[in-house]
Design a protein around this ligand. Structure first.
Ligand SMILES: Nc1ncnc2c1ncn2[C@@H]1O[C@H](COP(=O)(O)OP(=O)(O)OP(=O)(O)O)[C@@H](O)[C@H]1O
Length: 784
């Protein structure tokens, strides 16, 4: 036998028990789950097993079945429920045969380890006499009846009077043995089951047992107990008695009831959570009202409220409160966090705070008088409602005077409700944001359509305006390398800041318009329009209307009112291109408009003030035109305030290579070409040309060349430098050539003498040795 078994047995080792146990005893000990913790050798060999086969195995391995057909439940189930058995059992032996045994099972407690075990003692059958012997055996009876921890009573089978009751019975029912012997359970108001038919059956048949699963007994104290009653007929000294075994299941039923109610409550809570979760997305006030109402009902709490933090979490204010009593509650009141730091700190730290006595708890004590006492609130359960980035607020459950404490289930439910509130708040925020977005989108659409309407109107009123406004100056467009053009730009910069009239003088294509835009774009008027009038391009009869506008019907063809360029340029700059072409009769009108800064529309009697800066440009020699009476002197003087002369391209050949590169890049991009190289020769050729059409001509030439070039090298087809007269090639000599020519000239003059006062070195102000080196380097030789 194992050491553990020995300990268990010694724990059970009352003197009586030892006497039962001898080498022939068929017995075993089962733990409450039915596992063998001890099995005697005779029982093992009777069933054909070895101890190790059964030890720690479940009794169900032996397939125990009740033999008694009146027994409603099987052997092991009955033992588990009633902790008791006295009757036959059939076991399946190891060889597959059945073995019927008389069994007596009772619950025992080990004094050693305080564990409970079922002690099962078996007798061989058929030996009815032995059965009697067993119960006749005084010691065995004592163990089975007197010392049993289960309440048991013996009745006379004839009169149903109590013959004996054990200690456990006395303790349970409350009567002592003396009070009950000779009485019936009915007399003592314990129960009246002996009126029922099963008792007759017990009388008539041998070894009959009966179970009452839903019995009720009343204790001496009148307290009612739910019990399972197990009855069996036993024979003592040849006389039949009725044994009653009482199994108290009151606690079990109460526990089952509690379990049922807990599960009912939990279902209710789940239903409530599902219902509330379904509300997320509805109007927030409605959601809050429903949440507080349903949460209060489900938690059986008198008051539930939702509080919201301000943006700095300095206070919370009540957003919604449910009150089962319908009193005026603290809707819309505020609690400042610095007034109640203990409350708020605990809430932020623990996220949930249950207070079973608000008047005593240090976290709520200091506001109990104001908030809890007047309303009879005894306990609270507060949960922090989390927001997306920071806490949104607090959910409060409040109970009036009640003994109920907040349970774990309550806390779980409250936390779930707080999560639903958080979801509802976030969804509401999203909805508001979406509405705002839709609104601003709608606003944008309406603004847009208003804008396009205005734009259309404006376009219709004056189709020039946009075109002119698009004339935006871009410094990157203007390249140069010459000193003379740099000088021009310096003048532009100086004059731009002023309001002075600028007169741009230069041949066609020299960049007058570009410069006019530059003046405007770096002037304080840059955000106002630059309006261009090409005096040469407008028919003579329309020029006045172009400049000053006209009223509808003022002349044939004036079908609408029209603004003139002066009005359009108001606040900005008016660029009068090709001013030399302005008809003579228009010149005094223009002069007046410029001088007076006012204009009069054709067909109108009113004059209109305008604030305009004038830039004029011409490729004509205006002085000559004045002399020849083609241009009015007074207008010339009025325009010639700040003349800027733009040199022709041939006078600034240093600009040519840079301009070529600039235009090559521009047109390569435009025509998707990959021109990268320009031969020095091409450059030289282009520099030696006299460019009557100036930069425009160069630009057009490069454009054509880029279009025609197929590889990385720019080829200028059919370009011939102009006739000798137009060439200024001689001016473009390399430095070496110039030096060579000059040294040669001086050497010739000095008759190739280098040293001395008459020598070339003296004339050239050089050291004779340096001159010699230079002569060598430049390959100058004395002619033979
Ligand atoms: N410095 C420059 N850098 C780059 N491109 C230039 C430069 N100067 C002029 N251009 C270009 O040369 C062309 C002619 O310039 P613009 O129209 O300004 O000359 P213009 O003197 O006003 O001519 P016109 O008297 O015929 O009206 C334009 O395409 C202009 O962009």
């Amino acid at each position: 036998m194992s050491k553990q078994n020995n300990e268990i047995l010694s724990g059970l080792n009352s003197s009586e028990f030892t006497q039962i146990l001898n080498e022939n005893t068929l017995m075993c000990l089962l733990n409450l789950k039915g596992k063998f913790v001890y099995i005697s050798d005779p029982l093992c060999s009777l069933l054909g097993y070895q101890e190790k086969d059964l030890f720690n195995k479940n009794i169900t391995l032996l397939k125990p079945t009740s033999v008694n057909k009146h027994q409603s439940k099987d052997w092991w189930t009955t033992i588990k429920e009633t902790h008791h058995w006295h009757g036959y059992v059939n076991f399946l032996k190891q060889n597959g045969q059945e073995r019927k045994l008389m069994s007596t099972v009772s619950l025992m407690e080990s004094q050693e380890n305080k564990e409970a075990y079922f002690l099962c003692v078996f007798k061989l059958l058929p030996l009815p006499k032995e059965v009697e012997e067993f119960v006749d055996n005084e010691l065995c009876f004592k163990w089975f009846f007197v010392n049993s921890p289960i309440p048991k009573a013996l009745f006379s089978l004839d009169t149903f009077q109590y013959i004996d009751v054990n200690n456990a019975w006395e303790n349970f029912i409350g009567f002592n043995k003396r009070e009950v012997v000779g009485q019936t359970p009915e007399n003592l108001n314990i129960h009246n089951y002996f009126d029922t038919s099963f008792v007759e059956n017990l009388k008539s048949k041998e070894n009959h047992t009966h179970n009452l699963d839903n019995g009720i007994v009343f204790l001496k104290s009148s307290e009612k107990k739910r019990v399972i009653l197990n009855y069996e007929k036993i024979v003592i000294n040849g006389k039949a008695f009725l044994l009653e075994v009482i199994n108290d299941i009151t606690d079990r039923i109460k526990y089952q009831k509690e379990l049922k109610s807990i599960s009912k409550k939990s279902i209710e809570k789940k239903d409530a959570i599902l219902k509330l979760a379904g509300l997320v997305g509805s109007d927030l006030n409605y959601v809050f009202e429903e949440i507080t109402k349903l949460a209060a009902n489900t938690m059986q709490t008198e008051r539930v409220s939702i509080w919201e933090f301000d943006s700095k979490r300095k206070y919370i204010s009540c957003k919604c409160a449910f009150n089962s009593k319908d009193e005026k509650y603290f809707n819309h009141i505020e609690l400042k966090s610095h007034d109640y730091p203990k409350y708020f700190n605990s809430l932020f730290k623990n996220k949930i705070m249950k207070v079973d006595d608000v008047l005593e708890d240090k976290r709520t004590k200091n506001f109990a008088d104001a908030y809890f006492k007047p309303y009879g609130i005894k306990s609270t359960l507060d949960v922090l409602i989390q927001g997306h980035y920071s806490p949104y607020g607090v959910l409060c459950f409040e109970r009036l005077e009640s003994t109920d404490e907040w349970t774990i289930e309550d806390e779980e439910f409250a936390t779930s409700i707080a999560s639903i509130i958080s979801l509802a708040v976030e969804s509401d925020k999203r909805k508001t944001a979406e509405i705002e977005l839709i609104k601003s989108n709608e606003k944008l659409v309406s603004l847009n359509s208003e804008l396009s309407k205005l734009k259309k109107e404006l376009e219709q009123q004056n189709i020039y305006l946009r075109k002119e406004i698009d004339l935006v100056f871009n410094y990157e467009e203007m390249v140069y390398g010459s000193k003379s053009f740099s000088q021009v730009l310096t003048e532009v910069e100086h004059v731009a800041a002023t309001n002075a009239t600028v007169l741009l003088l230069g041949e066609s294509g020299t960049g007058k318009e570009l410069l006019a835009r530059a003046v405007h774009n770096i002037s304080p008027r840059k955000n106002k329009p630059l309006i261009k009038v090409n005096c040469a391009a407008i028919p003579k009869e329309l020029i006045e209307s172009e400049l000053f506008g006209h009223k509808k019907g003022s002349f044939t063809g004036a079908i609408n009112d029209k603004l003139g360029k002066f009005q359009l340029a108001d606040g900005g700059t008016l660029f009068l291109d090709e001013i030399g072409e302005l008809p003579l009769d228009m010149q005094p009108k223009l002069l007046r408009a410029i001088q007076e800064s006012e204009v009069e529309q054709i067909g109108s009697t009113k004059t209109e003030k305008v604030d305009i800066r004038i830039i004029a440009a011409t490729n004509r020699n205006l002085q000559k035109e004045v002399k020849e009476k083609n241009f009015r002197e007074d207008l010339y003087f009025r325009l010639n305030v700040f003349p800027i002369i733009i040199p022709p391209l041939r006078e600034r050949v240093e600009d040519i290579p840079i301009l070529i590169e600039h235009f090559v890049n521009k047109f390569s991009k435009q025509y998707n070409k990959n021109v990268k190289y320009i031969s020095e020769e091409t450059k030289r050729n282009l520099q030696s040309y006299n460019w009557p059409g100036n930069i425009r001509e160069l630009e057009n030439l490069v454009e054509r060349a880029v279009i025609l070039s197929n590889d990385e090298k720019l080829v200028i087809p059919n370009f011939k430098s102009s006739s000798k007269e137009s060439l200024i090639s001689s001016t473009i000599l390399s430095l070496d050539d110039v030096q060579r020519n000059h040294i040669k000239k001086v050497l010739k003059k000095c008759n190739y003498k280098i040293d001395g006062p008459e020598g070339a070195a003296k004339l050239l102000e050089m050291k004779p040795s340096t001159l010699r080196d230079r002569i060598k380097k430049l390959g100058i030789e004395r002619p033979k």
